[in-house]
Design a binder for this molecule. Structure first.
Ligand code: NAD
Ligand code: IPM
Ligand code: MN
Length: 376
C-alpha cells in the first residue's frame, strides 16, 4: 500500500446526474472518483438517483422523497445539472430547477463555494486581455438558502408576480463566517457585495458582515455595491480574494466570473451546510451541447476534487486531481468551448486524459514517498 494511504471506511456518494449534459459530465467525475479510490485504497460506494427533469419523467416530481432521503443518508452528493426545454412550460415547485432548490433546502445547504482561477494555460481561452486575467484566483461565497430565491411572500397571478428578498441576522452571520474562515487560509481579504444603497435586506447584510469581521482581525473587509462589483469583476478581477454575496447576486456574478478563465464549463462548486454537502458544476444542462459528447467535464471533475477535500478531508487526493486537470490544460487539450485549446477533445476523451495524468502523478508521488522513506 502506498505510504499514507488507507481507507477511512466505506463512503457513500449519492450521484444525481439530472438533465442535458448533466449525465455526460457526471460520468466523467464518477470515473475520476473511482480511480482515486483504486489508487489510494479508499472505499467509495456510488448510488444513482433521479432529480430534475429526469425525476419528473420517472416519478412526476423534480425531487422524489427517496432521492432526498438517499442524499441525507449519503456522505456526499454529486449532482450534474437540471433543466430541459421540454419542461420550460412548468411552474413553481414542478420545475426541474425547483428540484435542485428543494434539495439545497432539504440538506440545509447555506454556503456555496465557487472558486475561479486563471492558470497560465487558460489565459488564451479568455475573451479578456491577458493582462486583465493573469493571476486571477478568487472564491465566490454565495449565500444559498435565503434571499429572493426563498423569501416569503411569493406569488404568481395573472396580474402580478411577487418575490421577496429577506435576510435574518443568523442567516447572514453563518455564511459570513464561512467566507472569513476561507479568507484566513487565502489572501485574507473579503469583499462583501450588496446593494445597501437601495435594499433594506442589504443594509442588514452589511451591518452583520461588519460585525462578524471583528472576529477576524487578520482579514481585511471591504464592501462594494453589486453593480460596481459586476464591472470590477471583469476589469480588475485579480484584486478579488473572497467575494461574499447573497443568493441571486452570487448566481449572476459566478456566471460572469466564468468569462475570466474562458468557459462556464470549467467552474466547480461545493455547497456546505448543516448536513451532507453537495458538489456540482456551476453550469446548467446546456441543451445546445446535450448528447453530443462536447461538454466540458472539468467543472464536474473539479467538483469531485472539492468533494474529496471538503466532504472527506482527502486533501492530497483533491490536489492531485486538480493538478491532473492543470496538466491537461498545460498540454493545450480541451473541449471546443476552450478557445485557446490547441488539441480539441470530446467529453470522455478529456476525462480519460485527466485520469491518465492523475495515475501518473499518484505513482510519481509514490516513488518520491518511497525514496524518501528509504532515505534516498
Ligand atoms: P447553461 O449553463 O446550461 O449554458 C450556458 C452556456 O454555457 C451555453 O452556451 C452552454 O453551451 C455553455 N455551457 C454550459 N455548460 C457547459 C459545459 N460543461 N461545457 C461547455 N459549455 C458549457 O445555462 P442556460 O442555457 O441558461 O440553461 C439551460 C438549462 O439549465 C435551464 O433549464 C436552466 O434552468 C438550467 N440550469 C441549471 C443549473 C444547475 O443545474 N445547477 C445551472 C444553470 C442553469
Ligand atoms: C445555479 C443555477 C441554479 C440557481 C438554478 C438552476 C436553480 O443557476 O446553480 O447556478 O439559480 O442557483
Ligand atoms: Mn446559475
Amino acid at each position: 500500500m502506498r505510504p499514507g494511504s488507507g481507507t477511512g471506511g466505506a463512503r457513500t456518494i449519492a450521484v444525481l446526474p439530472g438533465d442535458g449534459v448533466g449525465p455526460e459530465v457526471t460520468a466523467e467525475a464518477v470515473a475520476c472518483l473511482e480511480l482515486v479510490a483504486a489508487e489510494f485504497f479508499h472505499d467509495f460506494r456510488f448510488a444513482t438517483h433521479p432529480v430534475g427533469g429526469a425525476a419528473l419523467d420517472a416519478c412526476g416530481v423534480p425531487l422524489p422523497p427517496a432521492t432526498l432521503d438517499a442524499c441525507r443518508r449519503a456522505d456526499a452528493v454529486l449532482l450534474g445539472a437540471v433543466g430541459a426545454p421540454r419542461h420550460d412550460h412548468l411552474q413553481g415547485a414542478l420545475r426541474p430547477e425547483s428540484g435542485l432548490l428543494q434539495l439545497r433546502a432539504g440538506l440545509g445547504l447555506f454556503a456555496n463555494l465557487r472558486p475561479v482561477s486563471v492558470p497560465e494555460a487558460l489565459v488564451a481561452s479568455s475573451p479578456l486581455r491577458p493582462e486583465i486575467v493573469r493571476g486571477v484566483d478568487l472564491l465566490i461565497v454565495r449565500e444559498l438558502a435565503g434571499g429572493l430565491y426563498f423569501g416569503e411572500p411569493r406569488e404568481l397571478t395573472a396580474e402580478r408576480g411577487l418575490n421577496t428578498m429577506a435576510y435574518s441576522v443568523p442567516e447572514v452571520e453563518r455564511v459570513a463566517r464561512v467566507a472569513f474562515e476561507a479568507a484566513r487560509l487565502r489572501r485574507k481579504q473579503v469583499t462583501s457585495v450588496d446593494k445597501a444603497n437601495v435594499l433594506e435586506a442589504s443594509r442588514l447584510w452589511r451591518d452583520v458582515v461588519t460585525r462578524v469581521a471583528k472576529d477576524y482581525p487578520e482579514v481585511t473587509l471591504e464592501h462594494q455595491y453589486v453593480d460596481s462589483a459586476a464591472m470590477a469583476l471583469i476589469t480588475r478581477p485579480a484584486r478579488f480574494d473572497v467575494v461574499l454575496t447573497e443568493n441571486l447576486f452570487g448566481d449572476i456574478l459566478s456566471d460572469e466570473a466564468a468569462v475570466l478563465p474562458g468557459s462556464l464549463g470549467l467552474l466547480p462548486s461545493a455547497s456546505l451546510g448543516i448536513g451532507t454537502s453537495l458538489f456540482e458544476p456551476v453550469h446548467g444542462s446546456a441543451p445546445d451541447l446535450s448528447g453530443r459528447g462536447l461538454a466540458n467535464p472539468i467543472g464536474a471533475i473539479a467538483s469531485a476534487a472539492l468533494m474529496l477535500r471538503h466532504a472527506f478531508g482527502l486533501e492530497r487526493e483533491a490536489r492531485l486531481l486538480e493538478e491532473a486537470i492543470g496538466r491537461v490544460l498545460e498540454e493545450g487539450a480541451g473541449t471546443p468551448d476552450l478557445a485557446g485549446a490547441t488539441e480539441t477533445l470530446g467529453t470522455a476523451e478529456l476525462g480519460d486524459r485527466i485520469r491518465r495524468h492523475f495515475s501518473e502523478l499518484a505513482w510519481s508521488g509514490t516513488s518520491r514517498g518511497l525514496a524518501a522513506s528509504l532515505g534516498a
